[in-house]
Design a protein around this ligand. Structure first.
Ligand SMILES: [Zn+2]
Ligand SMILES: [Zn+2]
Length: 279
């Protein structure tokens, strides 16, 4: 078994905050790739309170539990935590975890932008407890700044966070980096920035695994349009996978983030699974 895909039927049933119903035709649109020998579909399980309280405050968790999207958010986090643990244990090499209502805008006690629970926070905390592994790299190529991820790991020097957004900034001890990608860019320029600003740092940092907050809201016509084409996204996944192969034995988890255009999601995610499953 090489590649895990973490999904739950709940994700296809609702019109989620910000990203809408882009998973309406999933997992059907992935049927062909899911039948590949090296790909396994896992049904995401809800995150436990214990996992969520590692990063969120009790009053905040109590509040978010009242929201209609809580079930989806909790399943998204649970999928990420399980994917991380299975990768860390060597049961799978890499994975694609689908997320709704959870992701990089969720801070310990507040959130916005359609993501209300942290995915990487509980995943890192859980795997540190279970396996004792500490060093992680988080790449964020959603169109928007990953304020939640940054807030959660701000003082953790064992987490490299490189976020491609709107300004050039290096915070703290140099493990928290933002890169201005420009309001309008193109596939080649963006990839070159990822090579220069993420790959170079990740090689030096030597993480145990790479998390990738993977938005496609940067695509032409989507709500965070930076002028990227649909073919950019599989190329990006392919390059990061190669980087993970080189520096951390291939351990790589893609977590879906922003973007609401269904045709883009239906095109890129099956293709990305094919890429992850390649030896
Ligand atoms: Zn976004
Ligand atoms: Zn940023």
């Amino acid at each position: 078994m090489r590649t895990g895909v973490f999904f739950h039927p709940e994700f296809s049933l609702k019109d989620w905050p910000i990203i809408g119903n882009k998973y309406r035709n999933f997992p059907e649109v992935m049927r062909k790739v899911l039948s590949q020998e090296d790909v396994t579909l896992f049904e995401s399980k809800p995150a436990t309170d214990e996992m969520l309280l590692r990063v969120h405050t009790p009053p905040y968790l109590k509040e978010v539990k009242q929201a209609w999207y809580y079930k989806g958010a909790s399943l998204a986090v649970g999928g990420c935590v399980e994917a991380t643990e299975r990768i860390a244990r060597g049961e799978i090499v890499n994975a694609l975890a689908f997320a709704v209502a959870a992701g990089h805008h969720a801070e310990p006690s507040s959130a916005w932008g359609g993501t209300y629970l942290s995915c990487t926070g509980p995943a890192v905390a859980h795997v540190c407890d279970q396996i004792g592994t500490r060093r992680f790299a988080i790449l964020d190529t959603d169109s928007h700044h990953g304020n939640g991820t940054r807030a959660i790991f701000r003082n953790d020097k064992n987490v490299l966070h490189v976020c491609f957004c709107d300004e050039d900034r290096i915070e703290g001890d140099g493990t928290k980096i933002d890169v201005d990608v420009g309001y309008q860019t193109n596939d080649g320029e963006y990839l070159e920035k990822v090579r220069r600003e993420f790959f170079v740092r990740a090689r030096k940092f030597k993480p145990f695994m790479i998390f990738h907050n993977f938005g496609h809201d940067t695509c032409e016509g989507d709500y965070g349009d930076r002028g990227l084409s649909q073919s950019f996204f599989p190329l990006l996944a392919e390059e990061v996978k190669r980087c993970a192969d080189e520096i951390c034995e291939g351990r790589y988890l893609i977590i879906t983030h922003g973007g609401y255009l269904r045709d883009i999601a239906e095109t890129i995610f099956p293709r990305i699974i094919e890429i992850l499953a390649r030896p």
